[in-house]
Design a binder for this molecule. Structure first.
Ligand code: NAD
Length: 436
């Protein structure tokens, strides 16, 4: 099939590369000329494991094209995927300006029947909005269908997720157009659900909001565990063995960040309120999440009441491991709170340092976790990159001013760290809160 993917970000680029891999002719379009130029030259504008190889192979074999000329891409395509950004506005509402622009540009370039598929995460009713824009701007009453096909891939494992999805959701107004889209996905052999456009739009938000709720729930339990001396790790394990609950997304720590959960939860709260339903449950989910960084900094302050002039190493900056994405990363909140208190920060991340430099100018960037820890009063684990689990702790201890760890993701074994001579602080493991 001839496919156009609008927007070559985390979702668009992976989607385009996967469809090319499945044997389709794909044209990826972005309005940022620099991104397209990089891609043509085989350079990835984002970090995603396995992406470079997949993109390069399909580009070299002629199935994956990168251009800025949206008109020619639309003219040559039957199915157009909208994968543009949908950021949050101040009031939590989703900023749909990129989707609106994309719809208008598609309409103006139409030269025949097109299937316009919304893969961006958009509030319920956006499909109608896209349809109205196309009707207004199409030049010659060309026929078209608007479909909702939300994306569930996760940064850091995006390619595997896109090739092995838990489900494919197709929200379409007719079975005929839904089946055309299903053909595109047929070789993935994933469970598929055909529904109406509204339901597909809600499924995406409901899924993300539910996962965010699980994270805030276990963090609220972590708060209780700290008060009563229980261990949230054991509690999560005990809960997770119940298959109705499952162990996934029951990791206590600094809470959720990234480009999706925070904005999607806010958006669902906003949409619900607009429709006359106050989604108080999700408001609390956000409140619990927003408190995590301050809660963690309070823990640091309980050990170092006078933070001013103290040096801390921060290990991990990206919002989660295996990505360079710094959007809504918890490290930003923690670092800014500590800087406000006068701390000196030495930071390291295996991949995200270039992205971080644009957001966090007042820290010292180090070339390794070891360098970051040199002379530090404590190290702070803020993103659970695998390599931080494998650090030579004896070497680290030898160069620190004091051997103190604040583990924001509970990745270390408290007993072992204590035996090694570290003071170890973590989240929600009450009995380790005040190391003797
Ligand atoms: P992104 O910011 O990484 O990429 C969006 C791209 O769209 C940018 O490169 C931008 O230049 C381009 N763009 C915007 N308007 C355009 C236009 N009119 N023509 C051509 N290009 C245009 O965003 P992302 O992380 O890929 O997310 C895209 C959408 O997918 C969002 O709605 C997001 O919520 C959703 N989503 C994201 C993820 C994720 O893990 N990042 C997962 C599932 C769903």
């Amino acid at each position: 099939m001839n496919i156009c993917v609008l927007g070559t970000g985390y979702v668009g680029l992976v989607t385009g590369a996967i469809f090319a891999e499945l044997g389709n002719e794909v044209i990826c379009v972005d309005k940022i000329a620099k991104k397209i130029e990089m891609l043509i030259n085989g350079k990835m504008p984002i970090y995603e494991p396995g992406l470079e190889e997949l993109v390069t192979r399909n580009h070299n074999e002629g199935r994956l094209e990168f251009i800025t000329d949206l008109k020619s891409a639309i003219e040559r395509s039957e199915i157009i995927f909208i994968c543009v950004n949908t950021p949050s506005m101040e009031n939590g509402e989703t900023d749909l300006s990129y989707v609106k622009n994309a719809a208008k540009e598609i309409a103006l370039a139409m030269n025949g029947y097109k299937i316009i598929v919304n893969k961006s995460t958009v509030p319920v009713g956006t499909g109608d909005m896209v349809r109205d824009i196309i009707m207004e701007f199409r030049p010659n009453n060309e026929k078209f269908d608007v479909v909702s096909n939300p994306e569930f891939l996760r940064e850091g494992s995006a390619i595997n997720d896109a090739l092995n999805p838990d489900r494919i959701i197709i929200g379409a107004s007719t079975k005929q157009v839904a089946f055309r889209l299903l053909e595109l996905y047929a070789s993935l052999e994933a469970p598929m659900l055909i529904t109406d456009v509204y339901s597909a739009e809600v499924i995406k938000y409901a899924s993300n909001a539910f996962l965010a709720t699980k994270i805030s729930f276990i963090n609220a339990i972590a708060n209780l565990c700290e008060k009563v001396g229980a261990d949230v790790g054991d509690v999560a394990k005990g809960m997770g063995r119940d298959h109705r609950i499952s162990k996934d997304f029951l990791n206590p720590g600094l809470g959720f960040g990234g480009s999706c959960f925070p904005k999607d939860v806010k958006s669902l709260v906003h949409t619900s309120s607009k429709m006359g339903y106050e989604f108080d449950l999700l408001k609390h989910v956000m409140e619990i999440n927003e408190d995590r960084a301050q809660h963690f900094v309070n823990l640091i302050k309980s050990r170092f009441p006078d933070i001013k002039g103290k040096t801390f190493a921060v290990l991990g900056l990206s919002f989660k491991p295996n990505t360079d994405d710094m959007r809504e990363a918890k490290s930003i909140e923690i670092i800014n709170l500590l800087i406000k208190e006068g701390a000196i920060l030495r930071v390291f991340d295996p991949i995200a340092m270039e992205s971080a430099k644009k957001i966090l100018p007042d820290v010292t960037y180090c070339s390794s976790a070891y360098e970051a820890c040199e002379g530090a009063h404590a190290f702070i684990l803020s993103t659970e990159w695998r390599e931080f689990k494998q650090l030579n702790m004896e070497r680290i201890k030898g160069t620190m001013k004091s051997p103190v760890i604040f583990d924001g993701r509970n990745i270390y074994d408290p007993d072992r760290k204590k035996r090694m001579g570290f003071e170890y602080y973590c989240m929600g493991r009450g009995k380790w809160l005040k190391p003797s």
